[in-house]
Write a protein that binds this ligand. Structure first.
Ligand SMILES: *Cc1c(COP(=O)(O)O)cnc(C)c1O
Length: 359
């Protein structure tokens, strides 16, 4: 690895899956949509096979096809609504659609292939509205779904909303001619905050698997590291500035000791090291924290490494552990006022993924 890369600790990933499955006490439907939140869906799914999940959740047909091409044979549920003109492709790849539209159910049902009924209990994004179940009752009777599910909108912000949405889900299910075998509702945060275990038959964790907890009772192990090598080093003098817009040093501030030593990393916002981290991010160099100096550019990012002896070729950790310190996904997200979900899913494919199997 000579430029910049993402490391994925598959041992930590599978331990996180085991941990959340033990808390939920039901099988997992791990969400590996968006290329497993940027970590690589095929590598993640292959590792999770050992934890014996019920199946996998994806966002698009192409994501399901990629898993099939990689030899994954478990059920794959496409959770985002899809149009009936795509159903031949869905059946060809033996994917299960999540359906919440009457016409779509009418088009899929007669094939007899499995599907899940999507029920909207307040997100107003996808699914049959919980108060309108009579709209689909006849179709559900004629073509019973394998599963039914809903999605919570405010697990962390408003516990009462989870109870309300759960009640709506139960009321909607009571309107169906029969109970589908597989009911599911809980994402990572909902499992983390439900000490009693899942109320339903499957749980749908995503971000917890990838090392991001929500400070519930369960703490996941870090899974992702982003690293890059120093490609240039320079001394700059009082009056010099760094990067576009000359925002470093910040106007009016004077680093105490000149000259400063600036390291250049060959990664930038085109790799997903976000512009929001300019002058705000921190990295680990030989186990010590060093700040981002100036604007993050498309292909390069500069650090003020004055306090840490280093050489061209040395590895810098932009996310993950180094020495005794660690920059978690949440830490980096906080530096840039970003969402951890966005930070992970926007790690671009230009960064090679390196999978570590050990420990
Ligand atoms: C993404 C997603 C999840 C997983 O959410 P996390 O917060 O990452 O655990 C679960 N269910 C649905 C419908 C989703 O879209």
């Amino acid at each position: 690895m000579t430029r910049a890369w993402v490391e994925i600790d598959l041992g930590a990933l599978t331990r996180n899956a085991a941990r959340i499955a033990a808390a939920a006490r039901v099988p997992l439907l791990p969400m590996i949509k968006a290329d497993a939140y940027g970590l690589g869906a095929v590598g993640v799914a292959r590792a999770l096979e050992s934890t014996n999940p019920w199946g996998y959740g994806v966002g698009t047909i192409e994501e399901g096809e990629e898993l099939r091409a990689a030899g994954i044979t478990r059920p794959i549920l496409v959770l985002t609504p899809i149009l009936p003109e795509t159903f031949d492709a869905v059946r060809a790849a033996q994917l299960r659609p999540a359906l919440g539209d009457r016409d779509a159910i009418a088009a899929w049902g007669p094939s007899g292939a499995p599907w899940h009924l999507s029920i909207d209990t307040g997100m107003n994004r996808a699914g049959v509205p919980w108060r309108d179940m009579e709209r689909v009752r006849d179709l559900v009777a004629a073509h019973p779904p394998e599963g039914a599910f809903t999605h919570f909108h405010s697990v962390l912000k408003d516990r009462a909303s989870v109870a309300l949405q759960s009640d709506r889900f139960r009321a909607a299910l009571a309107q169906l001619p029969a109970r589908p075998a597989l009911l599911h509702a809980e994402s990572s945060a909902a499992v983390e905050h439900n000490e009693a275990g899942s109320t339903w038959d499957l749980v749908r964790p995503g971000i917890f698997l990838y090392g991001v907890g929500t400070a519930g009772g369960l703490a996941p192990e870090p899974v992702v590291a982003v690293r890059a090598r120093i490609v240039e080093l320079r001394q700059i003098r009082d009056g010099d500035t760094v990067s576009y817009g000359a925002t470093w040093p910040p106007p009016g501030s004077h680093p105490e000791d000149w000259p400063r030593r600036i390291a250049t990393l060959p990664l930038g916002y085109a790799d997903g090291y976000r512009r929001a981290l300019g002058n705000r991010g921190w990295a680990l160099l030989h186990g010590r924290r060093v700040p981002v100096a100036g604007a993050v550019t498309m292909d390069m990012t500069m650090l003020d490494v004055t306090d840490v002896p280093c050489h061209v070729g040395d590895v810098v950790t932009l996310m993950g552990a180094d020495g005794g310190d660690v920059l978690t996904v949440q830490d980096v997200a906080r530096f840039g006022h970003l969402s951890p979900y966005e930070l992970l899913t926007e790690l671009h494919s230009r960064l090679p993924r390196l999978y570590r199997e050990h420990a």
